[in-house]
Design a binder for this molecule. Sequence first.
Ligand code: NDP
Length: 286
Amino acid sequence: MAERIDGRAVARSLDETTKSEVEAMVAGGMTRPGLTVILVGDDPASDVYVSHKVTACARVGIRSTEHRLPAETSEDELLGLIARLNASEHVHGILCQVPLPGHIDARKVLEAIDPAKDVDGFHPVNVGRLSTGTGGIWPCTPFGCIKLLQTVQPDLTGMDALVIGRSNIVGKPVAMMLTAQGCTVTLAHSKTRDLPGKARQADIIVAATGIPEMVKGDWVKPGAIVIDVGINRQPGENGKDRLVGDVAFAEVQHARAVTPVPGGVGPMTIAVLLANTVQAARAWQK
Ligand code: NDP
């Protein structure tokens, strides 16, 4: 039976560390770390994500502020707000919830955030820092995957890793982080030939495609570690949706360890966001 990597427990433990760091900073005379979340429009899913982030801040002692702007907000107004937040000494992290309304250029907005306050880690400067191994702020979900992996295997040096999915927000950064950890990485995508064959060679599989239960039992070699990033809604019993990952969880029990969905990678994203905010606040006050 594969070890079930408990993302909720790992996220709780990371939150404890973050909370202690916040308390130590405040006790040492530093400004309390502050995160500002911007939400434009009334997308219900985004509304829930923003509320979760704000609640999580309170849990670890980070000061949070919300800017909930109407869907008609112009790009210039949003860029003006970001410029003010960039200049504020009380704001150490800025997060602009996506998707943005169609008339706003999301890339322009993302690139307007001061890279030192880009706690999502998506600004090209932070992507460049990750790819060149020169620090920066690392994106939350990918960094969460690495932290989960390291609960099972702290030293990843020399391992063969297969990342399935090459998006800018998950697949590519995970591949860069694994490379930085000393893995030999194959980055697969929809055009990859013989994906099952490549998967069978891998010591580590990270699945981030958005295709429900795509990674089958016979793709996974005995003893491999499997990280499932996928979050897919499927019709369940009683008309209620159920969440499944990109991995056929029940079929991969010969793996050494596997993350469940839900309760694996998902809970790590906000925990890393909080840790990134503290990192940004510390760097800002140096
Ligand atoms: P994208 O849709 O942006 O990217 C999907 C990737 O999967 C693409 O690179 C695509 O290849 C690849 N792909 C699609 N079909 C296949 C196939 N048949 N074989 C191999 N590769 C394939 O998705 P995201 O990266 O944004 O998200 C991936 C999953 O992770 C989703 O389920 C999403 O919900 C989840 N997610 C979870 C988060 C969390 O836990 N907090 C955060 C972010 C995402 P190509 O480039 O060739 O099209």
